[in-house]
Design a protein around this ligand. Structure first.
Ligand code: C2E
Ligand code: CA
Ligand code: CA
Ligand code: CA
Length: 275
């Protein structure tokens, strides 16, 4: 009886309260961010290791908050997902990315990240079909990156949404491979075109033979299954040499180019940089 009164009293530590307030503030700020045009995209180059040429860009979301400055997607995307604001924000990302890539010379691909919420809520396939029509972009130039955890939520709806996207002619990429709850059977179940090997493996490779073995195994497995691979997070020439030797199809990372505004991406295309 003596503990009862106390245990029902919830004591917030001041920093917990501050964090909660912060979160609520971000949530309400997110609601106006689209209308106020506070979002921007940064484009990171992706290189094909067979041709040694630039083959496309990944669009990465940036939020220029009026008071807080640049907020990392890792900090606000989870909140956008919980509130489902990601559906609208994600549609903006796709539209903007497709417009931007359509304005660049050449037949470069555009990769955009897709939240699982965008598969589960609304009609992403119809949204994308509209964008394709508007921009005139060949759908085969569009890649949608989805994380393992997103895909394997064991949801029939996700699978249906993916199949409808696939039917438009876009490519589906499994992002951050190796970090989630992957099971090899999922690689068969989902209509995947490419596996993006998480940077934690790529960055460990040089010092740890077991990480190199994993990258090698994933690459050959992907090939056997008719998929290609991208090694992400390449920061050193050594890492690049290893993924090249292993036979990854594409490479991406700070060594090859950082995420930059579209004007800088255009410059990269003009220089038509080689790896
Ligand atoms: P991600 O899809 O795995 O994107 C790669 C992240 O790694 C990006 O961080 C990129 O800037 C960073 N990166 C690229 N090369 C290197 C490298 O060589 N070394 C290191 N250490 N990092 C590198 P960013 O832009 O902060 O994005 C973080 C995550 O936020 C993304 O991870 C993605 O999951 C999510 N995200 C970004 N944009 C969107 C979006 O439009 N929609 C959704 N749903 N998620 C997004
Ligand atoms: Ca990605
Ligand atoms: Ca990734
Ligand atoms: Ca990631």
């Amino acid at each position: 009886a003596k503990a009862k009164g106390r245990s029902t009293t919830c004591v917030f530590a001041p920093e917990m309260e501050a964090r909660l307030r912060d979160r609520l503030q971000i949530e309400s700020d997110l609601r106006v961010a689209l209308a106020e045009q506070q979002f921007a995209l940064a484009y990171q180059p992706i290189f094909n290791l067979e041709t040694d040429r630039l083959c496309g860009f990944e669009a990465l979301l940036r939020w220029r908050h009026p008071e807080r400055g640049l907020i990392s997607p890792a900090a606000f995307i989870p909140i956008a997902e919980e509130t489902r604001l990601i559906v609208e924000i994600g549609a903006w990302v796709l539209r903007q990315a497709c417009r931007d890539i359509a304005s660049l010379p050449g037949e470069l691909k555009i990769a955009a990240n897709l939240s699982p919420v965008q598969l589960a809520v609304g009609d992403i396939a119809t949204t994308l079909a509209d964008i394709v029509r508007e921009t005139g972009l060949d759908p085969s130039r569009i890649e949608l990156e989805i994380t393992e955890t997103a895909l394997f939520a064991d949801d029939q709806r996700n699978l249906d949404a993916l199949r409808r996207l696939k039917a438009l002619g876009v490519r589906i990429v499994l992002d951050d491979f190796g970090t989630g709850y992957s099971s090899l059977s999922h690689l068969r179940l989902f209509p995947l075109d490419k596996i993006k090997i998480d940077r934690s493996f790529v960055q460990d490779m040089v010092d740890r033979p077991d990480s190199a073995a994993i990258v090698e195994a994933v690459t050959s497995l992907a090939r056997r299954l008719g998929m290609t691979t991208t090694a992400e997070g390449i920061e050193t020439a050594e890492q690049l040499a290893v993924v090249r030797r292993i036979g990854c199809t594409e490479a991406q990372g700070y060594l090859l180019g950082r995420p930059e505004p579209i004007a800088a991406a255009l410059e990269t295309v003009r220089c038509s940089a080689r790896v």
